[in-house]
Structures are given as C-alpha cells and as structure tokens.
Design a protein around this ligand. Structure first.
Ligand code: SF4
Ligand code: FES
Length: 255
C-alpha cells in the first residue's frame, strides 16, 4: 500500500516547526504504524536526510512512550490501542496521514514528534508510591483485600502514563492520569496510610506543571489506550476533598 505523510518536523525545542510531506510506498498492511515510520526513516537515512525523531520502547502497548497524534487523534483513534499497536490495515491505500506530537504546555516538544513528559515523572515522585518495610514477601492471605477493591485497583493500575489524555483534552488536563495513580493506591490497604498527603501532593504538582483543569468533556477517556474510566476522576475529586477536610481538621486540632 501507499501512504502520503504530513509529519511535524522541528529541529529543537525553540526551533520553528512545520509539517513536511513524505510518500511511503510498498508498505505491508500488516506493518505496525511505527514499523511504517522505521521504513520512512531508513529511506531518509539512505538519502542522507535527517530521520524523523519519535519515541518508542516496548512496541507492545505497555510502556506508554509512543506518543503520536495521528490525523488529529491521540494514538490514532482505534479504541483501546496505543500508536505502536496500530496497524497499517487500519488505513486506506493512498490515504494521507498527518502525524504530530502531543500538544500541551506540560509536554514541551524536544524534537519532531518527541515531547518531554518528565512532568508525569515529577507527579509520581510527588506521591505515587507506598512506604513499606522491606523484607521477605508476606504470606499471600495475610492482608485480605475484597475482590471488588482489587479489581478496581487493577483497572486504575492499567494506566501506562502515556499522556494521551492530556493531548486529547482541550484544557490539557492531566486529571485522568492523576486519578488513575491516586486511585490504584488508595483502593488498597497498603496505600491508605499515606492517602491524604499523596493526593494533595500529586494534585499540587499537577497544577504546578501547567496542566489545565478538568471540565468533564470525556475526551481523555475516549483516547485512553487502557480505557481508564472517567469515574476515576470523580474518585480523585472525592479523595482530594476528603484530604482537604482532614487537613482542615488537623489544622484546628491544637486550638
Ligand atoms: S489515563 Fe490513559 S491516556 Fe492517560 S496516561 Fe494513563 S493510559 Fe495514558
Ligand atoms: S512503544 Fe510502548 S506502549 Fe507503544
């Protein structure tokens, strides 16, 4: 199959960027989207031109690095699918495809299709962990957890931190990501010990990184490759409100 590409090229963070046209011929419909970009890059290298910079790692839909906006949709619009798991058979022979990087203040463009998503790392560092005594693994049943809670926690833990939720949101809100991270820990007994300070710290960090507020458009849920539910944002708001109330109570206690 043959594809015409409009690809965002930008030499560096401060360089002006623009869409550049490329033609890709003799593609197999069974190629992944990233394999198609590899083919284009091999041709560019053979011609002595600069290859297109893009992020990828696992290419199995689990690491969250393949951050591409394809024809205006984060990850390309196939439900529950990362860009690396998208295949060329999803497109028509002769189709024109536009590829851009995530667009958000919190994810500045480094080069071409590569953005700096360190903001998500800093949000995790602000509170996305549990403090436990290390040592031997505890007996499997020593800490009973209700099935419904463990299932819900696993649903939230499926978030791969890709940032598509931010890229899709008109406010560049990171609420779905933070909601997933806060929820997957708060739902389990091990995560409840630091639950109050965790949600406050992660939300504070999220705001300081320049992400916008959630106005519940649902665009994040629609593009999320792990189909993280919007319900988790309601849970985050409850966790946050509860933490503020607890904080207010603690503040008044000494008096
Ligand atoms: S919530 Fe979904 S879209 Fe957002 S970072 Fe996690 S996996 Fe990616
Ligand atoms: S490269 Fe790892 S999720 Fe796409």
């Amino acid at each position: 199959m043959r594809i015409v590409l409009h690809v965002w090229r930008q030499a560096g963070p401060k360089a002006p960027g623009g869409l550049v046209d490329y033609a890709a011929d003799d593609l197999s419909p069974d190629m992944s989207f990233l394999e198609m970009l590899d083919v284009v890059n091999e041709e560019l290298i053979a011609k002595g031109e600069e290859p297109i910079a893009f992020d990828s790692d696992c290419r199995e839909g689990i690491c969250g690095t393949c951050s591409l906006v394809i024809n205006g949709v984060a990850h390309g619009g196939q439900r529950g699918t990362t860009a690396c798991q998208l295949h060329m058979r999803h497109f028509k022979d002769g189709q024109t495809i536009t590829i851009e990087p995530w667009r958000a203040r919190g994810f500045p463009v480094l080069r071409d299709l590569v953005t700096d998503r360190g903001a998500f790392d800093r949000i995790i560092q602000a509170g996305g962990f549990v403090s436990v005594n290390t040592g031997g693994a505890p007996d499997a049943n020593s800490l009973p957890i209700a099935k419904v809670a463990s299932d819900r926690s696993m649903d939230a833990a499926a978030c791969i931190g890709c940032g598509a939720c931010v890229a899709a949101c008109k406010n560049a809100s990171a609420m779905l990501f933070v909601a997933a991270k806060v929820s997957h820990l708060a739902l389990l007994p091990q995560g409840r010990v630091e639950r109050t300070e965790r949600v406050l710290n992660m939300v504070r960090q999220m705001d300081s990184e320049g992400f916008g507020n959630c106005t519940v458009t649902g665009s994040c849920e629609a593009v999320c490759p792990k189909e993280i539910s919007l319900d988790f944002i309601a849970r985050l708001n409850r966790e946050y409100g509860l933490a503020l109330l607890k904080g207010a109570k603690l503040h008044k206690e000494p008096a």
